[in-house]
Design a protein around this ligand. Sequence first.
Ligand code: G4F
Length: 325
Amino acid sequence: MMTRRALITGITGQDGSYLAEHLLGLGYEVHGLVRRVAMEDQEQRLGRIAHLLDRIVLHPATMESYASIFRVIAQQDYDECYHLAAQSFVAESFEDGFSTMNTNINGTHYLLAALRELQPRCRFYFAGSSEMFGKVRETPQRETTPFYPRSPYGISKVTGFELTRNYREAYGMFCCSGILFNHEGPRRGMQFVTRKITRTVARIKLGLATELRLGNLDAKRDWGHAADYVRAMHLMLQQPAPDDYVVASGESHTVREFCDLAFAEAGLDYRDFVKADERFLRPAEVDCLLGDPRKAREVLGWRPKYTFRELVAEMVQADLARLTH
Ligand code: G4F
């Protein structure tokens, strides 16, 4: 069989790094789009893929420039394109909605337009998000649940989702969206609540911090492990026809429960350290997300390997190990 070639935008992020590993394991030739500054500052910016650098090909481009994306797509053919690059921090999208919209909406549009022009047979994956459900219209959320985004980030993802669907229907391209619920792991960025918690637990345990300040402890999320979720992305592009899929664990937990388990993993009681801080509240909150992964299970044959407890434990242990070595 011919080696398949995949292009990943956002390859330096948590999901990009796990997906690159997964595709390499399947024998793919893996390429990634990265900002030029990342190529020039590899130690700082390519940390998550440092162990893969001799096995992948990186191309400088930015999601803000159609010309730069076009140039990369024009260089060679790809079988599959995974569009993961985005401004993905919801709180930041309230601070600067314009740049979130610009990067997330136009970036997706540029990439789809370049593929349509140059490689309409390339299969395309769009990283949709459960934030699109926002103020949820039904529980659990599934592929047919109406969207009600609550942040500039959520709005940008709804638009990316609609663009992806429109390219599928208007131009007959193989375009899929994964509606992924929160997915975490030891490579998660520090600004997201799970990693903020596990890193601070490790710091407290080692005497480097004395408290953890958080916003809404009652928010509920459907959390899974990113290594599991990237497998679903790949499976979507192997189907006979393009479609959209919810990817979720089917369980919902509060931020408080995450804290409870994470502190307990280090032998601590979260109530002794967690402080409410309204600086971390959002202008509009998504209170409760719970996904229904039935379609992914039945059509893709996808099943997560990690339980919620295993996810929390792995993240705490990884942060403890990082700070002690
Ligand atoms: O970890 P978070 O920042 O993730 P959020 O907003 O759910 O978004 C993540 O998941 C989405 C999929 O549903 C992705 F599309 C998106 O890109 C991102 O990966 O916040 C989780 C919850 C929120 O309800 C937030 O209000 O935790 C609450 N929270 C409470 N205190 C906090 C904090 N979140 C952060 N980041 N920091 C806090 O101190």
